[in-house]
Design a protein around this ligand. Sequence first.
Ligand SMILES: [Zn+2]
Length: 405
Amino acid sequence: MATRRGIPPRGTPFEVVRTLLEEGGMHRAELARHLQTSRATITNTITTLLEQGLVEPETLTSDTATGDGKAPLKEKLVLARRAGIIGAAIHQDDSTIVGLGEVDGRVISTRALPCSPDATGPERISTALTALRELLDELPAPHPPLHGLHVAPNTLVNRYTGEVLGGATSTRWSKVNIRDEYEEGLGTAVVLENLARHAAYAQYGALESPLPRNLLHVSLSFGVALGQVLDGRIISGAHGGAGELGHVSIDSNGPICRCSHRGCLFNYAGADNVLEESRIVTGTALSLDEAIDLALAGDDRVVSIFSRAGAAVGMALNPVCNLLDPDLILIGGRLARAGDVILDPLRDALFRSALPLFGRDLRIEPAATLTDQALVHASLRALRLDVDLAAAVLAAHDPATVDAS
Ligand SMILES: [Zn+2]
């Protein structure tokens, strides 16, 4: 991206493209206000971008899609598909969701790829790459340039190097560099974000105004993980490891965890522990859904197991709240289906020890069930935080345009 010294440029193609990327469709007048420039400047820039086919009226009709580079003055303008597309791959425990979208985050297509929880990383990547290529082939040829891919793996990964680090899930991902595999497979920039952090961003994207300033999303399943969206941004940490709540110790004399430390939350609130304790009290090896159904039916023996798990999560969240001061905590993951059986003890444990400032207005609620479309949409929007898509769009079309910005 080229910038002028002194007064920053206003209303350049780069700025208009970036604004449409970040804000979505806008009228000319809105663009002029947003970029603090004149309508005449914006009209000149838009005329150029219309002629290049990089922007188009939001609603293409037979009248507007005449290819003459014109658009009704009052029509909202959006980035055209010709500007390029971006993609997503979300690796959940038992499925992979892939999708394609416009560079401004509008979803074009999604596909769900069921897989065994035991499938290896290379198997999952191979399946996802095949599906992404098929989705690209379904676009009218020649398909626009692919400017980036957002990948959310269900493993602890260094998001900047692609290196997989530790953990039981990670053994299935070992010996594979996730970033390199996707970059080589599709020849595009790849941004990694751990699934828990991505889930938090997707939940944030599904909320209605007023949006929370600081959102925490706790995923309670066979792993226990936290995602945090502070002031609208995912907090990933220096390596992508911020939010490993499952390995926060709540008892220095507790059982030894698979991470070799003692008393990690994971050993109290993870689904494996819930199932083992349920097996002991019922004498039956239950599935997780069966255990949750017993808890919801009021079976005291199982309710107390979920209650202890919820209280343990509440204890572990206390220092997190002291550090981050969230205004909304969403509880998701498979254990969250137990509803208030797990949420009430969680709230009790957290609020019992909460400081007045964060405790007074903090809400703790179940997370929403998101569609594949919402998950892909969140990936496409998150990509903008790490890839300069405006520069990529202009460079792919005409490198001179970027230099001129
Ligand atoms: Zn641990």
